[in-house]
Design a protein around this ligand. Structure first.
Ligand code: ADP
Ligand code: MG
Length: 238
C-alpha cells in the first residue's frame, strides 16, 4: 500500500513561503512525477513527504494514517537521491545491507533480500566490489537496491539521474520504469526534465513557485494544458 495525501501543506523558510497551501493525492501504485523549473519547490515537497523537512502547517497522510509528526525512518518510504551517498569503504553487499542491519533484520533475511535486489538490478556480479570500482549507472543501481531491500510502501526519487551522462540516463529511465511495472509500488519522481516527466509518468504534477499549475496524465497535459506556463513548459502546440 502506498497512497500519499497532502492536505493544506505549507512550508515557510524564515519569512519566505516556499509552499503555499497545497493539496495533492498520489494513488497507490502510481508513478507520479513532480516537474518544474529549478527552485519551484520540488525537492522541498519530496522532503516534506519523506519527513526530512517539517511542515509549517497541514497534514501528510500515508494510507490514511497521519504521518505529519512521524520521523522519516518510520514512514515506510525509501528516498533515492542524485548524490549516491554510498559508503566508499563498504562493498556493494554491505552498502545494500546497511539499512537492514540498522533495522535489526536477521542475516538470513538480509541475504535473501540482497540477492533478490541484486538479481533485479543486474548487480549480482558486483556485490563484492566497492563503489569506487563501479560505473555511475551501477552506483545508482546500488542506491536503488538499498531502497528496495527495505520493502517500502513508496519510493521517492530526487533527480536520481542528473549526475549521469545522456546515454546512461536513457537506460536508467527505462530501468526505473521497468522496476515500477514489475513492483507496482508507488513512486514519486522529481525532475526538471520535461522528457523524463512525459515518458515516465502516470501522473504529472507541474509546479511553479510552490504552486501546482496542473495535475494530469502526459496526454492530458499535452493536449489540454491549463495555461500558458504548462503549455510552454510541456511543449504543447499553441
Ligand atoms: P527545486 O527542488 O524545485 O529546485 P527546492 O525545493 O530545492 O526547489 O527549493 C525551493 C525554494 O526553497 C528555493 O527558493 C530554495 O532557495 C528554498 N529553500 C530550499 N531549502 C531551503 C532551506 N533549507 N532554507 C531556506 N530556503 C530553502
Ligand atoms: Mg531540487
Amino acid at each position: 500500500m502506498g497512497r500519499i495525501s497532502l492536505e493544506n501543506v505549507t512550508k515557510t523558510f524564515g519569512t519566505v513561503e516556499v509552499i503555499p497551501p497545497l493539496n495533492l493525492t498520489i494513488e497507490d501504485g502510481e508513478f507520479a512525477v513532480f516537474v518544474g523549473p529549478s527552485g519551484c519547490g520540488k525537492s522541498t515537497l519530496l522532503r516534506l513527504i519523506a519527513g526530512l523537512e517539517e511542515t509549517t502547517s497541514g497534514r501528510i497522510l500515508i494510507d490514511d494514517q497521519d504521518m505529519t509528526e512521524v520521523p522519516p525512518s518510520k514512514r515506510g518510504l525509501a528516498m533515492v537521491f542524485q548524490s549516491y551517498a554510498l559508503y566508499p569503504h563498504m562493498t556493494v553487499r554491505k552498502n545494500i545491507a546497511f539499512p537492514m542491519r540498522m533495522a535489526g533484520i536477521d542475516e538470513a533475511e538480509q541475504e535473501k533480500r540482497i540477492n533478490a535486489a541484486a538479481a533485479a538490478l543486474n548487480l549480482t556480479d558486483y556485490l563484492e566490489r566497492k563503489p569506487g570500482q563501479l560505473s555511475g549507472g551501477q552506483r545508482q543501481r546500488v542506491a536503488i537496491g538499498r531502497a528496495i531491500v527495505r520493502d517500502p510502501s513508496a519510493f521517492l526519487f530526487d533527480e536520481p539521474l542528473s549526475n549521469l551522462d545522456a546515454a546512461l540516463r536513457v537506460g536508467m529511465r527505462i530501468e526505473i520504469s521497468e522496476m515500477h511495472n514489475r513492483m507496482a509500488t508507488t513512486m514519486i519522481y522529481v525532475t526538471h526534465d520535461q522528457v523524463e516527466a512525459m515518458t515516465m509518468a502516470d501522473k504529472i504534477v507541474v509546479l511553479q513557485a510552490g504552486v501546482i499549475e496542473q495535475v494530469g496524465s502526459p496526454l492530458d497535459l499535452y493536449h489540454r494544458p491549463r495555461n500558458k506556463f504548462v503549455a510552454g513548459f510541456i511543449g504543447s502546440p499553441t
